[in-house]
Design a protein around this ligand. Structure first.
Ligand code: C2E
Ligand code: CA
Ligand code: CA
Ligand code: CA
Length: 274
């Protein structure tokens, strides 16, 4: 008994020693950070473009590393994806969301969007994780899975997609029009929503080529009867432009910055529709 306890505490001490002095690689620090509860879930409101109500939130991970301070998702998410650490992070987001559900609106029109890497679709892993973590929480708002894809071409299992549709999860294609997120997704995923990436929103009124892409994505989605969310809305002009063209929901600093999940109920109570 005693030697084992001693061994364990030595091991823990070693891990802490490694972690505190910046001796670990970033991927080790991610694994360590998950157990050390260094990650936090923030959320950003989605505004209904027709009436200005808050129709949902997108969950966004934040990492405060005691050694290095805030590390942006654009740094640690791609790394986590490559090191097979994205699934534990996603599970953390789901559990945190479930933990905060009692404080969130329960109407069925309220959407909760989580970002899920395409690799998490492999071998039904996302289905198993939702089964274990999301569905037992009852009742739940509408769940939206935002499929993000950075590194490789889509290898999304068709059976996983149909299963998610069958159980009522909505599928959104994130960052549509950038990187590897291609037109072929429209056929293979039958998405419910396209998210217009912020580079296209930023182009409105400034960059003719990207603004043309924005218009094309909007008309594409409308012809295919797919919902549209524009991200990165920072100005009244952008909001107006997107609204006039029939985009369904707007998300961006113009309405609200991402905030700790715990701050959302107070924000919502103060939010005024149009
Ligand atoms: P994303 O999914 O496209 O999320 C939108 C990003 O735009 C967020 O960056 C958000 O903070 C930022 N943003 C929102 N409104 C505005 C705006 O008006 N202007 C500008 N300039 N930016 C705005 P964030 O939180 O740094 O996340 C970056 C990316 O990291 C996300 O992009 C997403 O791809 C990834 N990510 C974040 N959390 C998760 C997660 O839990 N799981 C996975 N797989 N990826 C995540
Ligand atoms: Ca997203
Ligand atoms: Ca996005
Ligand atoms: Ca984006």
């Amino acid at each position: 008994q005693l030697p084992l306890a001693l061994l364990l505490s030595l091991l823990m001490g070693y891990i802490v020693w490694l972690a505190t002095a910046n001796r670990m690689s970033l991927s080790w620090q991610i694994s360590y950070g998950i157990t050390a509860r260094e990650f936090m879930v923030y959320c950003q409101p989605l505004i209904n473009a027709h009436n200005g109500q808050c129709d949902g939130i997108e969950m966004l991970l934040r990492w405060h590393n005691p050694r290095q301070g805030w590390i942006p998702p654009d740094v640690f998410i791609p790394l986590a994806e490559r090191q097979n650490l994205i699934a534990p992070l996603t599970r953390f987001v789901i559990s945190e969301t479930v933990r905060h559900l009692p404080d969130l609106p329960m109407r069925s029109s309220f959407h909760i969007a989580i970002n899920v890497a395409a690799s998490h679709f492999r071998e039904r892993a996302i289905i198993d994780d939702l089964q274990r973590l999301w569905w037992p929480a009852n009742p739940q708002p509408q769940l939206v899975v935002e499929l993000t894809e950075r590194d490789s071409l889509p290898v999304v299992d068709q059976r996983v997609v149909s299963h998610l549709h069958k159980v009522g999860v909505k599928l959104a294609i994130d960052d549509f029009g950038t990187g590897h997120s291609s037109l072929s997704y429209l056929k293979t995923l039958s998405p419910d929503v396209l998210k217009i990436d912020k580079v296209f929103t930023a182009a409105i009124g400034t960059d003719a080529i990207n603004a043309t892409v924005t218009d094309m994505v909007i008309s594409l989605a409308q012809q295919l009867n797919i919902g549209l969310v524009a991200e990165g809305v920072e100005t009244a002009e952008q909001a107006e432009y997107l609204r006039e063209r029939g985009v369904d929901a707007l998300q961006g600093y113009y309405y609200a910055r991402p905030m700790p999940l715990g701050d959302f109920p107070a924000w919502l109570a103060n939010h005024k529709a149009f």
